[in-house]
Design a binder for this molecule. Sequence first.
Ligand code: NAD
Length: 338
Amino acid sequence: MKNVGINGYGTIGKRVADSVACQDDMQIVGVTKRTPDFEAQMAVEKGFPLYISAPEREGLFEEADIKVTGTIDDLYNKVDVMVDCTPGGIGAKNKVIYEEKGIKGIFQGGEKHEQIGKSFNSFANYQDNLGADFVRVVSCNTTGLCRTLKPIDDLCGIKKVRAVMVRRGADPGQIKSGPINAIVPNPPTVPSHHGPDVQTVMYDLNIITMALLVPTTLMHQHNLMVELENPSGVDDVIDTLEATPRVILVEAEKGLGSTAEIMECARDLGRPRSDLFEIAVWKESLNIKDGELFYMQAIHQESDVVPENVDCIRAMLEIEEDPAKSIEKTNKNMGIIG
Ligand code: NAD
């Protein structure tokens, strides 16, 4: 069993903790919190050893009567890898500490690729990260793009991708982010950073992206236009996506015509936190015209990167060299259907 620590038990951190805990080749030896809130309390109730990431705040945890195992300094020498799930920008600062302590670190999409050095997606470049010390799992949007573009590239070859991303304004638990009544080009410049981010794991892909924020918290939605090298029939694309793990095809005709209905379906699946780890592609949207493939997809931003973090641990600790075997194992243990 490899020992995994989670630094930052928030939206992503708590999900990665649960997903590591249900694997049979790795275990959680500690999670960190800065604030003694309900998430800290629930981590303790779940049996995760809780460490304070800001040791000077120990008194706050005592006042809140939340039992801690120690401070983050006590956790460093217990882990084979620290999965850093702190807010964007903090991970790069923590990397310096992990280097000093001689431990490996996984970072999230809020960090810059250049500051971490390597980026990861299970389908695009697993093997390039075997044994690596510091790796960033690409963002939720980039993960969504890679999950469907990689199998399409393998099937037909891709000349050029143009994609427009409609992004959720905030996560459901965030009360301070917006917009609440606007559509915001974000960024208002073209291209957005998402295309270059895809190129950190699909190195030669010709892709340009645009993005905007809208007042919703449920999911992101992507609109893709993909010029193909060797166009095939749309049925071949459908068969390929149906056979691709962590991708599901949904149909508006069956009541799944919106992000709201897709998340309702995720709730009915009975997953923890109603998560949908799979990328949902609208089957009706798939079309090929003049050698160009069009499709629309939805991304549950809070959870799609979570299985990728588990695979990234296996690659970096060289538990499994074959990406397909890691993906299959992660999926089976997490109950991923697609
Ligand atoms: P979050 O705010 O929900 O959780 C961050 C956690 O880190 C909180 O528990 C917070 O208390 C803790 N924290 C804050 N400052 C800290 C510090 N200095 N040291 C240690 N812990 C600290 O954030 P999140 O949404 O889980 O995002 C984490 C990372 O994952 C970011 O890089 C983000 O860009 C990326 N990401 C987020 C999403 C998403 O939709 N939420 C999706 C994919 C990737």
